[in-house]
Design a protein around this ligand. Structure first.
Ligand code: WTA
Length: 669
């Protein structure tokens, strides 16, 4: 500890320290609890003295085994992203052991199982023992520091333990959302070369069982990477079993010790990979490292959500997405919080589920996706009014724009206009929340439809197509980030050049988010949506190219083009234009559309199945053969009267054919 204090003193040169202390009372300076009182001073300080800002926070907030030598070594142009070099720590020790020392009997996890009223609680002490046992099982199966472990599990304490057990022994976890198909799982296992996979016999969601182990077996038929499968018992039903490969997790955990020394990790060792969609068909294994990610998840969790000890924090995202990583697991646990693991769906057993859970568990923070809010608006206010929501203090949202109508409903009906609605913008690649209405200067209230304010240390800029930074307010542009931050992704697994190409080459020295945004007159940010071929559907992020490559596998398909269209509930719906090799009669076309949907379901998962498949003899292409997606998007959005300039199309008559088919198809779905 003394070395940490010494180091932190060394880190902040006397003058900067002096400045810090003259602006803030010293005892508050590092806790940031007064950030709203001096928001602009804090924000300017975080940008202009970022080394001191992040360095002091890292030294104070994380438990180090060896202090770091250097706060940051980043160069967006050369593709170098390093934070807290020379430092050593263990993330699991930071999020579990620390709290066992101070408050062993505090509840760390509340597992809200699919059936309401069957919740289970796990204290920090119990969590440590489970994590250590699981870590010892992994070790006994030969998993070593740096090895990749795939996790394909329902939201559950053992899923969290699997992530933390990896962190404890220095293995790199790759959680794959348990709604992905066998093929999607296999491609992610192959890319990561995971040697061990952790799963459950079955999942349970909305009263239905999901055959997880059977899906895993199918995925593993096509890959030699995995040699061991650990299976958690969720339903206890009989599932296919390979005695040479499969191990019952609970049996194995009972046989090993409940203590396991945490591995010493370098700040920049990998913590996890998380696959996400981009503009090509191949998912990207986004890599996050230890100290920077943890610091950022921890700080944003505390300040954006105004987390206080004793709060019950419910982020209902699946652990298969970054939201689950940062705000179900690492952020809340790093702050010693009680975090809710939500296994079910918003409409089971009825659309009052969330609010019944809020009242039963006395939830203080509720964080969900706009698509769920819109779904519940349709179901009617009575499902909300029925339950006592007085425990709620803050309502959060992430994943896609929260439209004003949904914002108002969330604010008035759910929050009784009492709880701030915090619309948070961020990405898998950013590790944590980047723009949010909190922390805000005193007196500034959340603005409907706006994430609003950059987080401390975050320097967003809007650029035009030429890459020029737009400095005025009341403008739209492409959203980039100018300064590196500790939570940023470090690379794409196995393909650093793709990482640089995707995020850093379009606008030199800027991180390009792929989103468009508006900055209003007051300087507040609103996100207008993706400007690339990524769509956000039902709260899931999906590349149109991924859906196209699945569709193109159909033997009768010659070519396809997938776009999104505005959807009342899902935010965006998936619209596929498909050219068949042989155009058959209408009846067989219906069969073909069904079988195309089936292929997408099997290749990716049911959430990726297009709402509309339009069979067409041709696609609108320029003379150089490029599909004019703008036209396809307009037609899909029922905006075909305003197609703009189509004179560069090789055959403009295609547009009329597509418009006609769209109207016919629209009548059929
Ligand atoms: C979108 C989710 C509008 C955006 C944490 C981003 C949002 C993508 C918001 C990342 C928001 C996320 N308002 N759009 N508050 N939050 N997005 O990687 O397009 O699954 O680029 O991370 O979701 O999705 P991802």
């Amino acid at each position: 500890m003394s070395s940490v204090v010494r180091f932190s003193r060394l880190l902040a040169p006397a003058m900067v320290r002096h400045r810090l202390m003259s602006n803030f009372r010293p005892e508050k300076a590092l806790s940031l609890s007064s950030v709203s009182d001096d928001h602009s001073v804090w924000y300017d300080y975080s940008l202009n003295n970022s080394e001191q800002f992040w360095g002091d926070l890292a030294a104070e907030r994380l438990r180090w085994r060896r202090p770091f030598d250097r706060v940051t070594d980043c160069d967006m142009e050369r593709g170098i992203f390093r934070w807290f070099d020379g430092g050593q720590l263990n993330v699991c020790e930071n999020v579990v052991d620390r709290h066992v020392t101070t408050d062993p009997d505090k509840v760390a996890l509340i597992w809200e199982k699919d059936e309401p009223g069957e919740e289970e609680r796990v204290t920090y002490k119990e969590l440590k023992s489970m994590v250590c046992r699981l870590a010892n099982v992994l070790k006994s199966q030969g998993v070593k520091k740096g090895d990749r472990v795939a996790i394909y599990m329902p939201v559950s304490p053992l899923a969290v333990c699997s992530m933390l057990a990896c962190a404890r022994i220095g293995a790199v976890h790759s959680v794959v959302f348990a709604g992905f198909s066998a093929e999607a799982l296999r491609s992610r296992i192959d890319d990561a070369q995971a040697s061990v996979l952790i799963t459950a016999d079955e999942g349970v969601r909305g009263g239905k069982t999901i055959p997880l182990k059977a899906t895993v077996d199918k995925a593993l038929e096509g890959t030699a990477a995995v040699n061991r499968v650990l299976v958690m018992t969720r339903t206890g039903n009989v599932v296919p079993w390979n005695t040479e490969r499969d191990i019952r997790m609970e049996d194995a955990m009972a046989l090993v010790s409940e203590s396991c020394e945490a591995e010493t990790m370098d700040s920049e060792d990998n913590l996890f990979l998380l696959y996400t969609s981009g503009s090509t068909g191949r998912p990207k294994g986004i890599a996050h490292t230890q100290a920077g990610y943890l610091l950022y998840a921890s700080l944003t969790h505390e300040l954006v959500f105004d987390y206080k000890p004793g709060d019950i924090f419910a982020c209902v995202a699946d652990i298969g997405w970054i939201t689950g990583h940062s705000y179900v697991v690492y952020g809340p646990l790093s702050n010693g919080a009680t975090t809710v693991l939500f296994e079910s769906i918003p409409t089971y057993p009825d659309p009052g589920r969330y609010w019944e859970m809020v009242s039963r568990l006395k939830i203080t923070h509720f964080y969900t996706a706009p698509t769920a809010v819109r779904l519940l608006i349709k179901a009617g206010d009575e499902h909300v009014h029925k339950y006592d929501r007085s425990s709620l203090r803050l309502l959060g949202c992430v994943g896609e724009p929260l439209n004003v109508e949904a914002w108002q409903w969330y604010n008035l009906v759910v929050g009784d206009a009492r709880c701030p609605v915090v619309d948070t913008w961020w990405q898998t690649e950013t590790g944590g929340i980047m723009i949010a209405p909190k922390p805000a200067p005193n007196g500034v209230k959340p603005k409907p439809g706006y994430p609003m304010i950059p987080f401390l240390g975050i320097d967003p800029v809007l650029v035009n197509e030429k890459g020029e930074i737009i400095t005025e307010n009341d403008v739209s542009g492409l959203l980039c980030v100018r300064k590196p931050w500790p939570g940023m992704a470090r690379t794409i697994h196995g393909d650093h050049n793709r990482f640089l190409d995707t995020y850093f080459s379009r606008f030199p020295s800027l991180y390009f988010t792929g989103d468009g945004a508006r900055r209003d007159r007051d300087g507040y940010y609103q996100i207008t949506g993706r400007v690339d071929d990524v769509i956000n559907v039902k709260g899931h992020r999906l590349g149109t190219a991924e859906v196209e490559s699945a569709i193109d596998e159909h033997p009768d398909v010659a070519e396809s083009a997938v776009v999104s269209f505005p959807h009342d509930i899902y935010g965006e719906g998936i619209y596929a234009y498909v050219i068949l090799k042989d155009t058959g009669d209408l009846h067989s076309q219906t069969e073909i559309t069904d079988s195309i949907k089936n292929i997408v379901k099997h290749r990716i998962g049911s959430f990726a199945v297009p709402e509309v498949i339009l069979l067409t003899p041709a696609l609108p292409k320029t003379r150089s053969g490029k599909i004019m997606r703008r036209v396809l998007r307009k037609v899909a959005a029922n905006e075909a009267d305003d197609l703009g300039d189509v004179s560069t199309l090789a055959d403009p008559s295609v547009v009329d054919v597509i418009k006609k088919r769209h109207i016919e198809t629209a009548n059929n779905y």
